[in-house]
Ligand binder design. Structure first.
Ligand SMILES: [Zn+2]
Ligand SMILES: [Zn+2]
Length: 243
């Protein structure tokens, strides 16, 4: 079984329906030892409001003293453009236990649109875009203390093997997402062969789905990924090795 689930959304994400407390209770009932609350950050169309980051951290700190499960402060930061910009400042990263990074098609319009129109270009599926998107991920991972790359290949096509190699070198976990797998079939074997550590996450948007990693387990079986290569299966991942 998995020991931890590091990609859980609370009501601070506008597309999720359970509170942080409901998610924690669900995780305890399911026998998890550790979770991370990873709400969408500002740039996502359903992201948290400006000012909410401190509120979420305070709420987690308050709740974690009352329960016997480890609750990590996290965020699902957004990759914004092909320069590798993300929507979570270094200052905000310092106040979190871990950081998850994802690319999303949904983005907050009014405040950002004029400045970040190139974002749309990232969805094109051609070699030039793939090379630029891959470099954007590498730059984001170089410039920020990111621990998990979520649903790689979703929305923006990339060279998943190149990113997996980088993750392996820097002890960043590559997520097997509980809702979608976007690693192309013909790249999966090579991704596995890089020796990268995968992590099974639910990407739950309601308390019932906390710890639901069935899709990831299916992928694991389909491609014969060995147990040692899954960071949170029958063990806890070590986020301190990130370099
Ligand atoms: Zn996501
Ligand atoms: Zn998510």
């Amino acid at each position: 079984m998995i020991y931890g689930d590091y990609h859980i959304h609370s009501t601070y994400s506008k597309d999720a329906i359970s509170t942080i407390e409901e998610n924690i209770t669900s995780a305890i009932n399911k026998g998890l030892k550790e979770i991370a609350i990873s709400d969408h950050n500002y740039f996502h169309g359903y992201g948290i409001k400006f000012g909410d980051r401190a509120k979420i951290n305070a709420e987690i700190e308050r709740l974690r003293t009352k329960c016997n499960i480890r609750v990590l402060k996290s965020a699902e930061a957004n990759l914004i453009d092909q320069t590798g910009l993300i929507d979570l400042s270094h200052e905000e990263q310092k106040n979190l236990d871990i950081v998850v990074l994802g690319y999303h098609k949904s983005y907050a319009k009014a405040r950002w649109l004029t400045k970040f129109v190139p974002h749309i270009r990232m969805r094109r599926n051609n070699p030039k875009t793939i090379a630029k998107n891959t470099q954007a991920y590498i730059t984001a991972l170089t410039n920020n203390k990111i621990n998990i790359v979520a649903h790689i290949g979703y929305g923006a096509p990339v060279n998943t093997v190149e990113i997996a190699k980088f993750c392996k070198e820097h002890n960043i976990f590559l997520e097997l997402n509980g809702r979608k797998n976007c690693i192309p079939d013909d790249e999966m074997r090579e991704v596995i062969n890089t020796g990268v550590q995968f992590i099974l996450n639910s990407d739950a948007h309601n308390y019932e789905r906390v710890g639901d990693v069935r899709l990831g387990l299916t992928i694991m079986e389909k491609y014969n990924i060995p147990e040692w290569q899954i960071a949170n299966l029958n063990k806890l991942p070590d986020f301190t090795k990130r370099c």
